[in-house]
Ligand binder design. Structure first.
Ligand code: PLP
Length: 462
């Protein structure tokens, strides 16, 4: 790779040993970890990453749905270095501030739907969601509606792993043997067109999901429900596609019941669906709150943000009286180095027309991936633009899944990796969520690799 200005030679054996002995990896299958250890990624540039042995791979997952502008952007590194040496950190509590946090808040207000003009910073997606629920509870307490506490989420939603965010998360396996705050959360059905009840059309399915929301509100009582939270497209839960019009209808029901609508755009924000924010541009919703992280800084520094409506802010910012403060926030709320990274990242997205690239190459990626339907295990190819998944099945007609022991997602990912492409296995799914700078030519290369990977997987399952 050419970005070796800071190239370092690693002692792979030493690192592997230290990693095994001391690093508790998040979301890791310890049976595999004990057996194989880890892959050390040591270098990256553009759409590529390189491991410690010097093997180069196309990054098909943008790190973890986040490196939207691609790897090795020297100008983001420089902006961070400049800020770190000028003023790496100072508090933003009380009346203190810093220039990058202020500039970024104003920029986010400019980019977001017009009623979202206020920004509360956090350290990533989980903390953005956690902070949001605290703010929402505080909002209703201050409105004199202290019973409005319950949050509606959905099965297979992913909102993070801090306590509240994990409780909002609806992927059962994610919370296995972990505790959750069940008294605060009700999970509605996921919106999943591929696995909708067989007899239903898409429109009937949408009615069914909206009816379910209305029944839940009737059962729990709108006086007890604070908010509904939803990813525009459910990401980690399997890139699940809602029926046409679902989000706008869900929001209308929420609004009629004075239930806040929170869009978790941690994945869909910052260009993945071709717009800075998908809620309004793609799904015709006007959320009361939008949460972002990941693509906000393209993963160059940890950062999350909660974008809050004027209406909510008017309540949140009402003075409490002498000595009272809005007592929530983090040491690193509005961290200057992270905000400097985000500002440069947004400048790049705008300057290079990255949203436009996604709107151009995204539909091409969708079309090309659909050619993989010829393979025996490929049951569904779904998603939108640069947020795609392939669902592997045992039987395309019944949609029956392969046994867990077949580890089909892992097999496809391993076959792709052998051929120079990293995708993300999640159970029986193969997820593709690339940096937003893939060209049509890269798409052709990727789909050729996947074609071979699915063929090899089919053979290996015989
Ligand atoms: N929300 C969504 C939709 C996500 O996909 C994620 C992470 O994948 C999160 C929240 C949690 O973000 P983080 O891992 O930065 O805490």
């Amino acid at each position: 790779m050419t970005n070796n200005k800071t190239s370092v030679t690693y002692d792979a054996q030493d690192l592997w040993q230290k990693d095994r002995n001391h690093f508790i990896h998040p979301f890791t299958d310890f049976s595999l970890f004990h057996e194989k250890g880890c892959d050390l990624i040591t270098n990256s540039e553009g759409i590529y990453v390189e491991d410690v042995r010097g093997n180069r791979f196309i990054d098909g997952i943008a790190g973890l749905w986040c490196v939207n502008v691609g790897h090795g952007r020297a100008e983001i590194g420089q902006a961070m270095a400049d800020q770190a040496t000028r003023m790496a950190y100072f508090s933003t509590f009380n009346n203190l501030s810093n220039a990058p946090a202020t500039e970024l808040a104003a920029k986010l207000a400019e980019l977001a739907p017009s009623h979202l003009n206020h920004v509360f910073y956090s350290c990533g997606g989980s903390t953005a969601n956690d902070a949001t629920i605290r703010l929402v509870h505080y909002y209703f307490n201050r409105l004199g509606k202290p019973t409005k506490k319950h949050i509606l989420s959905r099965n297979n939603a992913y909102h993070g792993t801090t306590y509240m965010a994990a409780s909002l998360t609806g992927i059962a396996s994610n919370n296995w043997e972990f505790d959750t705050l069940d008294h605060l959360v009700t999970h509605l059905s996921e919106a999943n067109c591929y696995r909708r009840p067989e007899a239903m059309t898409e429109a009937e399915y949408c009615d069914h999901l909206v009816d379910e929301l209305e029944s839940a509100i009737e059962r729990i009582g709108s006086d007890n429900i604070a908010a509904f939270i939803a990813e525009p497209i459910m990401g980690a839960g399997g890139v699940l596609m809602a029926p046409q019009g679902y989000h706008a209808r869900m929001q209308a029901v929420c609004r009629a019941n004075h239930i806040l609508y929170i869009a978790d755009e941690v994945v869909t924000g910052f260009g993945r669906l071709g717009h800075f924010f998908a809620s309004e541009a793609v799904f015709d919703t006007q959320p009361d709150i939008i949460n972002v992280a990941k693509g906000l800084s393209s993963g160059y520094a940890p950062l999350g943000a909660t974008l809050i409506s004027d209406e909510l802010y008017a309540v949140l910012s009402t003075p409490q009286g002498l000595g009272g403060v809005l007592s929530t926030g983090f040491t690193y709320s509005g961290h200057p180095v992270s905000c400097a990274a985000a500002l440069k990242n947004i400048e790049i997205i705008e300057r290079e027309g990255i949203c436009e690239n996604v709107r151009d190459v995204g539909p091409y990626l969708e079309r090309k991936l659909k050619t993989l339907a010829v393979h025996e295990t490929v049951g569904d190819i779904r998603g939108s633009h640069f947020m795609m998944a392939i669902e592997n099945v045992a039987d395309k007609t019944t949609k029956e899944l392969l046994p867990v022991e077949a580890r089909v997602g892992d097999r496809v990912a391993a076959e792709a990796q052998k051929r120079g492409l990293i995708i993300r296995p999640v159970g029986h799914l193969s997820i593709i969520s690339p940096p937003l700078i893939w060209s049509r030519q890269v798409v052709d290369e990727v789909v050729a690799i996947l074609d071979e990977a699915f063929a090899a997987t089919t053979l290996s399952l015989k």
